[in-house]
Design a protein around this ligand. Structure first.
Ligand SMILES: NC(=O)c1ccc[n+]([C@@H]2O[C@H](COP(=O)([O-])OP(=O)(O)OC[C@H]3O[C@@H](n4cnc5c(N)ncnc54)[C@H](O)[C@@H]3O)[C@@H](O)[C@H]2O)c1
Ligand SMILES: [Zn+2]
Length: 357
């Protein structure tokens, strides 16, 4: 097992990463937040895979447990689902000190986290992420949210967990497409912060794509460490955290114009390449770096070319996105692999050109 400490004063917490951690849940929980009762929030897919394992493990320490489920899918990351969870919590007699264990991917983590932040003005939250995206990204940093109508992730809070338990064995059952989605965020973290990590991914990609073993533990640890270090320096997302948006400015626009038919990871993959091209037009990022990035993305089974979507609607969507500072589109652009900078001086023509290419 590897561990990371997210140092945020009295909101500090540990991220534990490794194989077999679900079989140690009870011990890990008791150390972090001992309580009379725990509530798991999950969905039927994840419950079927790992629900019993966690339940059985907690029963070895006689830790009382209730389990609440919401249906599987982004559309259930909603205020309605939050409402049914509040009712479920009340029916289970959950109190101020009753921890919620968010067992699942980013949807469950964001929703259960939002409920934990708001039920009785806040109950302890333990993230138990079971997707690659959730282990390297969404479970770290304390952003919790639900969607509402067209507002994606706009109803939310900053609410740090007490503990994150990332059992890397859970990734073995992840559909390949979901694993690839997570790889987009892994590659992003390497490009913005760590060239040696980029080389590590490249050199170990065949083993990584098997979705298990020590190599996955190392990879999840390194990607999570990058996210954690950025979050520690900018907990409330007022500056530095924007560098995590590499690939996301164009990526989010592609996602939303495609009406979410193109997945987040796929959109970010295409976004990273388009934004790397923008970086080249702005005078940074070498041609061979762009080629290396394209190769790595495509070897993960992610797309590298813009979809057949009207470019001007993507540009319009970007102008509506949250990354706009003073009317200009803000980009996180790579200087080199491993180094990124923020800018809002990119002219729309350069963006258009990068998308045409
Ligand atoms: N809070 C943040 O900082 C942050 C950051 C990035 C993304 N997000 C959010 O995360 C969400 C996406 O998360 P996601 O990609 O994990 O999607 P997801 O939670 O929908 O999980 C993807 C699918 O995999 C299933 N699944 C989960 N674990 C599994 C396993 N081990 N084996 C087999 N199937 C499994 C899920 O049931 C689901 O069907 C979005 O809502 C996004 O907004 C939040
Ligand atoms: Zn993302």
């Amino acid at each position: 097992m590897k561990s990371l400490n997210v140092e945020l004063g009295n909101k500090s917490y540990d991220i534990l990463i490794g194989s077999g951690l679900l079989d140690r849940t009870a011990d890990l929980l008791c150390e972090a937040v001992f309580a009379k009762k725990y509530i798991i929030v999950t969905n039927p897919t994840v419950d079927k895979l790992f629900g019993n394992k966690v339940k059985e493990n907690l029963s070895t320490r006689n830790l009382p447990l209730d389990l609440l489920t919401v249906p599987d899918g982004e559309k259930y990351k909603s205020l309605d689902s939050a409402g049914s969870l509040y009712e479920g919590l009340t029916a289970c007699f959950a109190e101020r000190g009753t921890p919620i264990l968010a067992l699942g991917g980013g949807v469950i983590g964001d929703l259960a986290g939002f409920v934990a932040a708001t039920y009785m003005r806040g109950v302890p939250l333990i993230q138990i992420p079971t997707t690659l995206l959730a282990q390297v990204d969404s479970s770290i940093g304390g952003k919790v949210a639900v969607d509402h109508g067209k507002l994606k992730n706009k109803i939310g809070a900053f609410y740090q967990p007490h503990l994150v338990i990332s059992d890397t064995d859970t990734l073995r059952t992840l559909p390949q497409k979901e694993f690839a989605n997570g790889m987009a965020e892994v590659i992003k973290s390497a490009v913005i912060r760590d060239i040696s990590f980029f080389i590590f991914i490249k050199e170990n990609l065949t083993a990584i794509m098997k979705q298990g073993g020590d190599i996955i533990e190392d990879m999840v640890f390194r990607a999570a460490a990058i996210k954690a270090s950025i979050v520690m320096q900018d907990e409330r997302d007022t500056g530095l955290r924007n560098i995590l948006n590499f690939g996301h400015t164009i990526g989010h626009a592609i996602e939303s114009v495609s009406k979410f038919k193109i997945s987040h990871g796929q959109a970010v993959a295409i976004g990273m390449i388009a934004e790397a091209k923008i970086a080249r037009s702005m005078g940074t990022f070498e041609k061979y770096e762009l080629e290396e990035l394209e190769k790595l993305i495509s070897h993960c089974g992610l797309p590298t070319r813009m979809p057949e979507i009207d470019r001007s609607s993507i540009l319009r969507a970007m102008q509506h996105d949250k990354k706009i500072a003073s009317g200009k589109i803000r980009f996180a652009l790579p200087r080199n692999i491993g180094d990124v900078y923020l800018t809002d001086t990119v002219e729309p023509d350069i963006v258009r050109e990068a998308m045409e290419d």
